[in-house]
Design a protein around this ligand. Structure first.
Ligand SMILES: [Zn+2]
Length: 385
């Protein structure tokens, strides 16, 4: 058994223990309390004293694209999303297996260094499963699914089932499904994914309500997205706009029945907030990526006030500067005036809940997994603080 102690230990947003300690047996938390209370526990083999530091539940990053890590500083900030996608496609046009692997490995390292112990990653290729399988991170790796042609839906699902059959979940890895977005996945394919997920119990996530372009595309079938899809030869000739807002559209596919993780939700109406709330879905908010694209203020406060579970994601280094959830918390504190308690909840408990892991991680609790992070405190504070 190992005992880890520090000046402070924060069990959850409601409880901070001064001179706190945690005893770990195997992968689990056996005891938590003050050092004085638990130092005499029989069977402790090793004591790790972090000193002037705080021990926190490991941070949970609920939206990342680790395979894009090597694109840091390669993509110019833009509020034209389709322009960003073209830059991204161009930047990795010559990538081979070694490039993807190195990019994912670097992303994993950056997550661990930033105190993240659980990550929800989007797998654009199979390399993400192979590389992340070897990492000590707890993770859900969601297979990204893209095809707007309704005639392809059955073939796409058959192919994905065969591809995913070789990637087995284990104690740290869970395989999930990510139909990309309403402008890149047909309604028929969303419905097929829902059936597949219901049959297998796989978690699902999707990018939704991300840009005004997406709303224009779904409601009127006009704007930047159809032009973008035609350039990629990905616009089916028979496609008709459903005339719905993004969350209304998602409801019609059955996705909301699977308690999905909804990525972004940048532009949503009050009616859509009610739909999300009644579905029990969670929302992934990526604050600094949101700023990168120059979006208007995110409705995070409205979502929280409505009782919706909102966690934090970093998105990728193609639209962010670090993969640190702590940096997202600092940004939100400064720009959205969210309280430290709420920020800590979003980065731990809420993230765990969004990934269906709330009975295992997200707080330092006896019987939970020993997913922890330690943050060194400054030795001295400036006089005016
Ligand atoms: Zn994303």
């Amino acid at each position: 058994m190992i005992l880890v102690k520090a000046k402070y230990l924060i069990q959850n947003p409601e409880k901070c223990i001064e001179n706190g300690a945690v005893v770990i047996e195997g992968t689990k938390i056996l005891r938590v309390g003050t050092f004085d209370e638990i130092e005499a526990l029989a069977g402790i083999d090793k004591v790790i004293d972090l000193g002037n530091a705080v021990i926190l539940p490991g941070l949970v990053n609920i939206h990342a694209h680790l395979d894009l890590t090597h694109l840091h500083n390669c993509i110019k900030p833009t509020n034209n999303f389709t322009h960003w996608v073209f830059q991204l496609l161009g930047a990795r046009i010559r990538w081979k297996e070694a490039d993807y692997t190195a990019s994912i490995e670097k992303g994993m390292r950056l997550c661990v260094e930033a105190g993240t112990t659980t990550v929800a990653d989007i797998a654009n290729t199979g390399y993400s499963f192979l590389v992340l399988k070897k990492s000590p991170l707890r993770k859900i790796v969601y297979k990204e699914i893209i095809d707007l042609n309704p005639d392809h839906a059955n073939d796409v699902i058959t192919k994905i089932q065969s591809e995913l059959s070789v990637y087995e979940s284990d104690g740290l890895l869970r395989v999930g499904l990510s139909p990309h977005a309403p402008y890149s996945v047909s309604k028929e394919l969303y419905q097929a994914v829902v059936q597949y997920a219901s049959r297998t119990g796989m978690p699902v996530c999707t990018h939704i309500a991300e840009t005004p372009d997406e709303i224009e595309f779904l409601t009127h079938g006009t704007g930047n997205i159809p032009a973008f899809l035609r350039q990629l030869r990905a616009m089916p000739v028979q496609w008709q706009p459903p005339g719905l807002t993004p969350i209304q559209y998602l409801k019609g596919t059955g996705m909301l029945d699977n308690r999905p993780l909804l990525i972004h939700c940048n532009y949503i109406t009050d009616e859509e907030i009610s739909l999300i709330k009644s579905s029990g879905a969670s929302v992934a908010f990526c604050p600094r990526s949101h700023r990168f694209f120059g979006h208007t203020n995110h409705p995070v406060r409205k979502l929280l006030d409505a009782g919706i579970n909102v966690g934090l994601g970093t998105d990728s280094l193609a639209s962010n500067d670090t993969l640190s959830i702590l940096d997202e918390m600092k940004f939100l504190f400064l720009h959205y005036a969210i309280s430290p308690k709420n920020l800590l909840a979003m980065a731990t408990l809420n993230g765990a809940k969004a990934l269906g892991l709330e009975s295992k991680v997200g707080q330092i609790k006896e019987g939970f997994e020993a997913d922890l992070c330690g943050i060194r405190l400054p030795d001295a504070y400036p006089k005016d603080v």
